[in-house]
Design a protein around this ligand. Structure first.
Ligand SMILES: N[C@@H](CCC(=O)N[C@@H](CS)C(=O)NCC(=O)O)C(=O)O
Length: 200
């Protein structure tokens, strides 16, 4: 049995969307980030970074949301590109998101609207946005060439990047119309909607 550690309100939503796409049965341990459950010796043995998500797939333990999704898609032969070039494009976009958008989006969202107003840091929000905007330009250009990020259909590349951009669903993306349309096209999938509902 596949066990998923990590709340849907965390990067765990990426894994929960993926298993929905694959139609897998799983056990969900709804651990919140920084919760005591992520600090126990048992959990630290699975993920010494004390972060979520982590999976235990019949004894195979893996962390890092992008790697988890690439592994699950490849293992189950769905949404994983069959040719080497599109496979590499899926890696490229997953690593790109981690480098150019991942923490920047969290920092921006926290300091722009998630934290109570008194705890927000406007300078941190601006610094994050100054990195997010050029990354969205890059994505807009890529989506001007192709509807999807790796090949001619929705794939793990789109899922990994769109899932990591969950916060951007509430941003004004008017300057990036292709990103806006693509992001909603991805999240409108039934498995995306189901994962999103788990965040409520
Ligand atoms: N690169 C990791 C990041 C994991 C991560 O930072 N998760 C957050 C929740 S979204 C967490 O567990 N934070 C706990 C902490 O900062 O102590 C991944 O993509 O899985």
């Amino acid at each position: 049995m596949l066990r998923i550690y990590g709340s849907a309100r965390s990067r765990g939503v990426r894994t929960l969307w993926m298993v929905g796409e694959l139609g897998l049965e799983y056990e969900h341990l709804d651990y919140a980030p920084r919760s005591p459950a992520t600090r126990t010796p048992e959990y630290l043995a699975l993920n010494p970074n004390a972060r979520v998500p982590t999976i235990d797939d019949d004894g195979f333990v893996l962390s890092e949301s992008m790697a988890i999704n690439l592994y699950l898609a490849k293992k189950h032969g769905k949404l994983y590109p069959k040719d080497a070039k599109n496979e590499a494009a899926a890696w490229q976009w997953s690593f790109w998101e981690t480098d150019r958008l991942d923490r920047q989006l969290t920092t921006y969202a926290n300091n722009a609207f998630v934290l109570p107003e008194a705890q927000r840091d406007a300078a941190a929000a601006k610094a994050a946005w100054d990195e997010i905007a050029p990354a969205l330009d890059v994505l807009e250009t890529a989506l001007g060439k192709s509807q999807w990020l790796a090949g001619s259909e929705f794939s793990i590349a789109d899922l990994n990047v769109a899932a990591a951009m969950v916060r951007a669903l509430s941003f004004d993306l008017g300057k990036w119309p292709k990103v806006h349309a693509w992001l909603h096209r991805c999240w409108d999938r039934p498995a995306g909607q189901k994962a999103l509902a788990m965040r409520q």
